[in-house]
Ligand binder design. Structure first.
Ligand code: PEP
Ligand code: MG
Length: 584
């Protein structure tokens, strides 16, 4: 056997990327080009969200989707090794490739495609403005290397699996089963990502996916929250997707009904909806504010497009878990400033986009089992039931340095003029926690005259002692019905065996909510909801009738909820006028 070794000079690229000369899902004659700063490693490993350019091969019309590119891989001039570093701030949201560069890359791609007589998956690198092609291989998803892209009608589509419809939309694509983050680069634009459970380091691949299917998780799991925010259809908690589906097969995912069919359903979109948010031309003005929940900075644009009245819940844990290193790692390595800078960047994106509309940023609430996965998280205690364990404000009051790093982040942003920030404390159980937390806020120089401070109502105890909590001086409360339901009904929100008993509209949950709203109204404290129930129009009707001040919904539900709120408010007026005419 003859072996040859090819030694090439490395292209020390300032930008790089990947091109499919034809759409890898549909085979349509449009080139999909992804590009980011630095060497190509960051893109192919899936560790950066790249810009995406779609070029119509006939007209050469270009559609551009610019992403926030956080990291880049570059050559260290001293050691010659490759290193990963942060993309300079002025480049993060800057478009990487010009129209001229895109056309040059596509010209080269068309030549290669002609030579090999099949659509190509090409890697390119640009050094000093010169385009180098560093790899080309056939696109295996088109003309199917084994799997057949079978089109079926709705009536003869075979149902393969069922789970929870976590993010709406119906799409078809090719299954990629991912068991570890090292395999993420296998997920190409338009694939169906199938995995036991998603984690924060999977977000770039989740963005590329046409749909997401998981074995585990419920409607408030990482997969469900992030896919909804990215606008990617998802079915979670199928129990056996990674066993029942096979790599390379074509399926259709219905993220609304929670079903996976075999083949490409006639009606299904075959290209991802690209996270588009559709909003009606005119929006009803409602007396009850309708806000939006945000968990990842990448979702900001879609969240703003809903024209929500603010952000009723900005979860910081996905941003923190997404950093990959445990907060204690930053403390142990004396890099608190890096943690603060990173977190600040994510929060700033949201508070800036919504300014002057309020953004209630919630302090960290991640259970110990999620923290343990992170670098430096080995010391996390092993708890028999993390949902009832060391999380939320009870943790931050003992792990004060981590609490203070978060508060420093908020303080810096408030000092920069973002007085639209509200600070929200999760999992409050007793008034002492509010008092202690406010004391630390004050020590950190947070001025209660400038911003609002509020609490989540997630534990029945906090609902029942609402008067004592109000007495500590809070500006708002927000119902975390995901937790309030699990703690009121003794139903673990992540346990499929008892999922049928999980009911956010159980009379006991509604009674607690009604009690809190009544007492808060009397005291002039603003009330809101940011749990999953706030995305349900039926719940919206009930809450508006109870007199809630605002609701905060998932991005995809804002419009629906706004309409429900408007209808209920109109009915209340109508009912009142009928009562008047009837002399009641
Ligand atoms: C809730 O409990 O309803 C809530 C919004 O918080 P999380 O889902 O993050 O626990
Ligand atoms: Mg909660």
């Amino acid at each position: 056997m003859n072996i040859s070794a090819v030694v090439q000079k490395m292209v020390n690229s300032e930008k790089s990327g990947v091109m499919f000369t034809s759409n890898p899902t549909t085979g349509a004659p449009e080139a999909i080009i992804e590009s980011s700063w630095g060497l190509g490693e960051a893109i192919v490993s899936g560790s950066v969200s790249p810009d995406t350019y779609t070029i119509d091969r006939k007209t050469r019309q270009i559609k551009v989707n610019i992403a926030t590119k956080k990291i880049m891989v570059v050559k260290d001039q001293k050691t010659g090794e490759t290193i990963t570093k942060e993309v300079p701030a002025d480049l993060q949201n800057k478009r990487v490739l010009s129209d001229g560069e895109l056309n040059t890359i596509l010209d080269l791609g068309e030549l290669i495609e002609e030579h090999y007589e099949s659509p190509q998956d090409i890697e390119f690198a640009i050094e000093n403005g010169e385009v180098f092609i560093v790899q080309s291989r056939p696109v295996t998803t088109i003309k199917s290397g084994g799997a057949e892209q079978k089109t079926v009608t709705a009536s003869d589509a075979e149902k393969l699996l069922e789970g929870l419809g976590a993010s709406p939309g119906q799409v078809s694509g090719q299954v990629k089963i991912i068991r570890s983050v090292d395999e993420l680069e296998r997920v190409l634009q338009g694939d169906i990502l199938v995995t036991p459970m998603t984690s924060p380091d999977m977000v770039p691949a989740m963005r590329r996916a046409a749909a997401i299917v998981t074995d585990e998780g419920g409607l408030t799991s990482h997969a469900a929250i992030v896919s909804r925010e990215l606008g990617v259809p998802a079915v979670v908690g199928t129990k056996e997707a990674t066993k029942k589906l096979t790599d390379g097969m074509f399926v259709t995912v219905d993220g609304e009904k929670g079903i996976i069919f075999s083949g490409v359903l006639e009606r299904a979109e075959v290209t991802p909806a690209a996270g588009a948010v559709t909003v009606a031309a005119s929006k009803p003005i409602t007396a009850t504010e309708v806000k939006v929940n945000v968990s990842i900075a990448e979702a900001t644009e879609r969240a703003v497009a809903t024209r929500a009245d603010g952000v009723g819940l900005l979860r910081v844990e996905h941003m923190i878990l997404g950093m990959g290193k445990h907060p204690h790692w930053y403390i142990a390595h004396n890099q608190q400033d890096v943690f603060i800078r990173e977190l600040q960047k994510g929060i700033r994106t949201v508070v800036d986009a919504f300014f002057p509309r309020p953004v209630w940023v919630r302090t960290l609430d991640a259970p110990t089992d999620e923290f343990r996965e992170m670098e430096g998280g080995e010391g996390e205690p092993i708890e028999p039931n993390p949902m009832l364990g060391w999380r939320g404000i009870r943790r931050d009051l003992r792990d004060v340095e981590v609490f203070k790093m978060q508060l420093q982040t908020f303080k810096n942003l408030i000092d920069d003029g973002y007085n639209n920030i509200g600070i929200m404390l999760p999992l409050v159980q007793h008034q002492d926690e509010v008092r202690q937390a406010k004391q630390i806020l004050a020590e950190m120089g947070i001025d209660f005259g400038k911003i609002d401070v509020g609490i989540m109502i997630e534990i029945p105890a906090s609902a029942l002692i609402i008067d004592d909590l109000i007495a500590e001086g809070i500006d708002f409360v927000s119902f975390g019905t995901n937790d309030l339901t699990q703690y009121t009904l003794a139903v673990d929100r992540n346990n499929e065996n008892v999922a049928a008993l999980y009911n956010e509209q159980h009379p006991a949950v509604l009674k607690l909510i009604e009690y809190v709203i009544r007492h808060c109204k009397k005291a002039g404290v603003v009330t809101s909801i940011c749990g999953q129930a706030g995305s349900n129009p039926k719940m919206a009707d009930k809450l508006v009738r109870m007199g809630i001040s605002s609701l905060s919904s998932n991005i995809d539900a804002v419009e629906r909820v706004r309409e429900a709120v408007a209808r209920t408010e109109a009915r209340i007026v109508l009912e009142a006028s009928r009562d008047l005419t009837n002399g009641d």
